[in-house]
Design a protein around this ligand. Structure first.
Ligand code: 9C2
Ligand code: ZN
Length: 455
């Protein structure tokens, strides 16, 4: 029997969460609309949040030609996944690949680890649809802002001392106890000291999150006027790591999106981060975060479990969130990724001379890695060594051709392709000197793909 060439153009669905960018402003919507479908005509007033690429049942991708789901295809031709992937993850993609277009803040959230995901799913499958963990990686494709991980504790202590509405909401005693602990542990990096700090952080953060609704509302009014009146003098000028944003402006902006929300106070606890296109963050299970603006590529283990506690009209589960967090704290630099040149690709002469590149984002988990390839000018070509697992490729700009063996197709902004295991993939740019044909390729291999041991 002759097997079909494992290059399948996909049609992918976009969802309409409240926080998505509106109409054609949304890259997620534009990318989805690049592939003709009976069901998607972009409406100018509607938010479009996330394009999903994968086999997750909530929004499954389909073969553009036959209309069959990718899940059906890989179930019926399991060689598309590779035996090692099937043995570990079953007959579905281990990862879910997305494009997010963020107009207003996503919920303050964390994703449960595997064990907790199993428990939550067994208890409440409506709100926790998967029994899987969801470590995730975000790569900016436009300028991006987000909140990510707990700040260094000295910064939180600074805000507790200098922002009167925050201190009042939390209570003087709790705030003072935290400040005293942090000061007494200063400079001590021993395990015991870190454990004490984490405990103090948990107490103060839980106290905040469990504040009664009426008190939050009053304190938020006070906070917003404090911010508006003091401007750049707010919080005694803030802290160094927040220099990329004026805290008072952020508070006023987010209050317009979510008036009187508890999330306004969570800002004092989380690192604020700006990413330029190509910069990336990795969030392991149980890391707190909330994205604020921009367009990103997201890749995650195949799961849609989100524990939310603020900035959202969706279901909140504050107790679960405060219980699951690990209360690790660190400067944001520690959560940023350092992509490296991808070694298992051959660039042709045109690609080399035009400064084209393929870089690898390789998080410390097995379910996925992502390669960003930028091919500049005309006829720049990248030939990727086969990987022993499935890949999904999306083009976010420019145009060119994508080929596997004898099959070669046009690819341009928004086009998405599935590439089966062990296929040699070729990308080639078409265009003018200044054009950049940009693709992101998510893939999974069970063995270590970062040092090439099995290749
Ligand atoms: O889909 C988000 C969606 O949880 N990003 O945000 O709608 O729950 O606020 P809401 C999820 C996305 O993949 C994500 O986890 N950090
Ligand atoms: Zn998330």
């Amino acid at each position: 029997m002759v097997l079909p060439v494992p290059l399948i153009r996909l049609r992918c669905g976009v969802n309409s969460y409240d926080w998505g960018k509106i109409g054609s402003e949304s890259a997620a919507a534009r990318f989805a609309a690049a592939t003709p479908s009976d069901t998607l005509a972009i409406q100018p007033d509607k938010p479009y949040a996330e394009l999903w690429m994968g086999t997750h049942p909530s929004n499954p991708s389909r073969d553009f030609n036959s209309g069959r789901t990718l899940h059906e295809l890989v179930e019926q031709n399991q060689m598309l996944l590779a035996p090692s992937i099937k043995a570990k993850y079953g007959t579905k993609l281990p990862f879910l690949f997305k494009v997010l277009s963020i107009n207003k803040a996503l919920s303050i959230q964390a994703h449960p680890n595997k064990k907790l995901a199993e428990q939550l799913h067994a208890k409440d499958s409506k709100n926790y649809p998967d029994d899987n963990h969801k470590p995730e990686m975000a790569i900016a494709i436009t300028d991006f802002e987000g909140l990510c991980g707990f700040r260094p504790l000295g910064e939180i202590a600074h805000f507790l001392s200098s922002v009167s509405s925050l201190r009042k909401l939390i209570g003087d005693d709790v705030a003072e106890a935290f400040i005293t602990t942090v000061k007494s542990q200063e400079g001590d990096t021993s395990t015991e000291s870190t454990a004490q700090n984490k405990k103090a952080l948990q107490s103060v953060f839980s106290a905040l999150m469990k504040s009664p609704e009426a008190e939050i509302s009053l304190a938020a009014d006070a906070l917003v006027s404090e911010a508006a009146n003091k401007g750049s003098e707010f919080a005694d000028g803030g802290v160094e790591s927040t220099s990329g944003v004026v805290m008072s402006e952020l508070i006023v902006r987010l209050n317009q999106q979510f008036p009187k929300d508890i999330g306004l106070f969570v800002l004092f606890f989380l690192n604020f981060v700006k990413l330029s296109p190509g910069e990336a963050l990795f969030l392991k299970a149980d890391d707190i975060h909330a994205y604020v603006s921009g367009d990103i590529i997201e890749c995650m283990a195949a799961s849609d479990n989100v524990v939310r506690a603020g900035f959202t009209p969706k279901y909140k589960d504050v107790q679960t969130l405060v219980d699951l967090l690990t209360y690790e704290y660190a400067p944001i630099e520690e959560q940023k990724m350092s992509p490296t040149e991808y070694p298992y690709v051959v660039l042709n002469r045109a690609a080399y001379s035009s400064g084209s590149e393929a870089i690898l984002y390789d998080p410390p988990i097995e379910e996925f890695s992502v390669i960003r390839t930028i091919l500049k000018g005309d006829k720049s070509k990248a030939t990727f060594d086969p990987v022993d697992g499935p890949s999904v490729v999306i083009c976010t700009g420019g145009k060119g051709r994508i080929s596997v063996g004898p099959k070669s197709e046009e690819i341009k902004e928004g086009y998405v392709f599935f590439v089966g295991a062990t296929a040699e993939l070729i990308l080639e740019s078409e265009g003018d000197q200044e054009d950049e044909f940009t693709t992101f390729k998510a893939f999974c291999e069970v063995e270590d793909h970062s040092n090439g041991a099995q290749l």
